[in-house]
Design a protein around this ligand. Structure first.
Ligand code: ATP
Ligand code: MG
Length: 440
């Protein structure tokens, strides 16, 4: 992409309404535009990051055996009357009437709808287990939408739903998602710690929130310090290996980690004082096991192996896809701007031509741009005729992990500069060596 053609409305000034760094940087980098309170339009750069995150989430869901579907945003109220949540959900639910005066709503989550779909088709234990997920916009009329996309009213969520015949199998479904989440966040370069959590309006007996530690987080959390240094990447996992998956979950639940609602002061104080972490955190994922809470009222039953009728056991598993865009920036930035982890960066390499119009600079920059593109590095070429200083500041602000800086002075001695955005480290290399460095 050529910067001269790109719709990337960066701002010099910091917008007054943005209270936290991720919101400020998203506005300054022209990633989103607020269209009403807590509702955002995604501009090209923001949308590219959102799609990269979504794709990682998708791949890890698929790998764990979940299957993607797409349910609508608008749901009939009657479904929610069956589960009893139509009244319980309160003002957070956006209620709508259609032209026939039927009660509809903009879905804040999809437990009822997926249970109804499941029930319509699955009649036998032979069709179990199943885990179905979608990545779809949700609406929750939050009292205080704030912090940009971190607490929006309309937001993108991945939500998965598991269906099983008995507790051991349902617990394995929960464990698989637990491990898939560890992998998902690790791939994004994030350290998300699973913590015991309250189940809120979703309900159930077992629940973990995946939390990234950040001063600006809205949750108060408590955990053992060792979790902060735990390695999440780990070995490839066989999701059918029940004991193997269980072992990973056990490792990640062996130490104390809880959110405010589940905090147990006595248990926490048993940890040596220097190992106690009390911090703020951002909830990026939340998983629930709730048994028959929805399958019972909605009548999702199958014939069991002995001909008996069994109400299926369920869990649900959410990831805040759009919240992650802000969360990633909270976790990775400096005074100059955003620092994208490679896996979610909107473009792979920024090519900065310091002197547009200079024959040699244009030739070398254009050539690097073309070759980086051919190598699949998704380059962003700043080919605008602007001051060098402001182009460099802009490139730092948008935070691509690598920059190649092409200027007349360097070219005189046959070199360009390759800069690592995170470390700030710069290397002078010939254009060919730079290309090798960035495509290796
Ligand atoms: P919170 O406690 O932050 O209000 P929640 O517990 O109500 O979130 P869940 O029902 O667990 O949310 O939803 C699953 C995920 O969706 C959350 O872990 C979070 O990452 C994301 N999410 C929830 N509410 C919002 C929101 N208003 N804006 C952006 N993302 C959200
Ligand atoms: Mg939650």
């Amino acid at each position: 992409m050529r910067r001269s053609q790109l719709f990337l409305p960066t701002l010099k000034e910091t917008p007054a309404e943005a209270q936290i760094v991720s919101h400020r940087l998203m506005m300054r980098a022209g990633m989103v535009r607020q269209t009403s309170a807590g509702i955002y339009a995604w501009l090209p750069m923001g949308f590219r990051v959102l799609k990269k995150i979504e794709q990682i989430v998708r791949e890890e869901q698929d790998r764990s055996g979940a299957q993607e579907v797409l349910m609508p945003t608008i749901q009939p109220a009657d479904l929610w009357r069956q589960s009893g949540r139509y009244d319980d959900y309160g003002k957070e639910m956006l209620r709508i009437k259609d032209r026939h005066d039927r009660d509809m709503l903009f879905g804040p989550t999809n437990e009822e709808m997926i249970t109804e779909i499941f029930k319509a088709y699955v009649k036998s234990y032979r069709d179990l287990p199943k885990n179905l997920y979608h990545i779809q916009w949700k609406f929750r009329d939050e009292v205080r939408p704030r912090f940009g996309v971190m607490r929006g009213r309309e937001f993108l969520m991945k939500d998965a739903y598991s269906f099983d015949l008995d507790y051991p199998s349902s617990r394995h479904a929960y464990n698989k998602m637990f491990v898939a989440y560890l992998k998902t966040f690790a791939r994004m370069g994030l350290k998300a710690i699973p913590m015991q959590a309250d189940t809120g309006p979703i309900g159930g007996d077992l629940s973990h929130e995946f939390i990234i530690l950040a001063d600006t987080g809205e949750s108060q959390v408590f955990c053992h310090k060792d979790y902060v240094d735990f390695d999440v990447s780990g070995q490839p996992i066989d999701f059918d290996d029940v004991a193997g998956v269980q072992k990973v979950v056990e490792r990640w639940t062996s130490l104390y980690a809880a959110t405010d609602e589940k905090h147990d002061t006595a248990a926490f104080e048993k940890i040596p004082a220097e190992k106690r972490v009390t911090a703020r955190g951002i909830e990026v994922g939340h998983i629930f096991h709730f048994g028959t809470k929805y399958s019972e009222p909605l009548g999702a039953k199958v014939t069991g192996p002995n001909g008996d009728i069994v109400t299926v056991l369920m869990g649900s598993y959410g990831i805040g896809v759009s919240r992650l865009v802000g969360g990633l920036i909270e976790a990775s930035h400096d005074e100059a701007g955003i620092i994208w982890p490679e896996a979610v960066s909107p473009w792979g390499v920024g090519v900065v031509n310091l002197k547009v119009g200079d024959g040699e600079c244009d030739k070398v920059s254009g050539d690097l741009y073309a070759k980086l593109g051919n190598a699949g590095r998704e380059p962003l070429y700043d080919d605008r005729d602007e001051r060098a200083g402001s182009k460099l500041a802009d490139m730092d602000l948008i935070g691509l992990p690598w920059q190649v800086i092409v200027g007349p002075r360097g070219l005189k001695s046959g070199v360009v500069e390759v800069k690592n955005r995170r470390t700030g480290e710069k290397q002078e290399l010939s254009p060919e060596a730079a290309l090798n460095r960035l495509t290796a």
